[in-house]
Ligand binder design. Sequence first.
Ligand code: FES
Ligand code: FE2
Length: 387
Amino acid sequence: MDQPAPRDRLTPGQQRLLEMMPTIDRIRLPEVRDTVPAANYTDPARFDAEMAAIFRKRPVIAAPSALLPKPREYAGVDIVGMPVLLTRTREGTAKAFANVCRHRGMKLCLSTDPVAAGRLVCPYHAWTYDLDGKLIGLPRAETFPGLEKAQLGLKELPCQEAGGLIWVGLDPDSPPDFSTVTGELAADLDAFSMKELFLFDKATFKVEANWKLLMDSMLDSYHVTRLHKDSLAQFSVDSENMIDRIGPHIRNAAHRGNFDPAAISNRFGEMRKMMVFSYIGFPNGIIVVSPHYISLGVVRPIDDHRTEIDYYQLYDAPPRDERIAGKMREAFDLMERVFAKEDYWAAELCDKGLRSGTMSEVQLGGMEVQIRMFQDAVTQCLAAAGD
Ligand code: FES
Ligand SMILES: [Fe+2]
């Protein structure tokens, strides 16, 4: 009997959502009346509290493992004011450092795309580090009498690779609790081989909106067939979402139009064709499983009304031929267009609207309950931090 490989097998959590799934004719969209204060999105003091209680205290997603698929590669990514250097060492371990030269503070790695090299040379005076962060050389070393290279390695940041994501802690002196990202969430992501995926392409968007509005754009199933009526709506139906919490993270499954309960199996590769699995990796990751690729959004707040988001499109394997490469390019271009011209366009205009002072709260209905869940997770972190 043909047993699915363990990595293609649904986890018990994923299976549970599938079993809860009603047939399309039985869909009942939930009826909910709820509100969220507009100030949650606009208050600069709340933004500062969120950064302190969440982004500087908890593990945050820096990039997918697929950004650095091979040993001896590195890339830079700035997260909430911290310039982060991600490396994959000779042994294949993912590490994170402050992307800051120990000589005079220059940014070491200027590339956000992966660089294949076993060492980093500072662009300013050419101090050189290996991918374990060790200072291995400096020009005219004799002009620094008594300098001990061993004392001037890069400042390491807490880092944990789990479920195909590279999580970091932004406070070098206080490692976050990584057990919140290594358990059930990582097992779910391993079920679709997140770690082995091939990164086809990535794009970074700068959006003039509060970071939670970007999270909301992925938490809201209400807009899909409306805002995206000329793009993604053809692949979507208004579906009852099966939603589950994994600690602060969210696991979600919804129908595609071709959902067939008779075809339910425990193979992820089959189920992704008739279901949309999606995840919120709290606080800043959004993962959506499409039939042929996986989308990862990594949200990086800048200030209370500006955010960057990296979009990664990941496939099981590199394209076999030109035709498949062309299809991947089309899919990437479509998503890039949809984000820039639809989702982030709307996020920017909502941000402006909320800042007009004419709304004290936003209204949520039954297809937006995940926005409430996310808000609650944020509020719980603030409360736990004593705010
Ligand atoms: S600042 Fe890096 S070598 Fe001088
Ligand atoms: Fe959208």
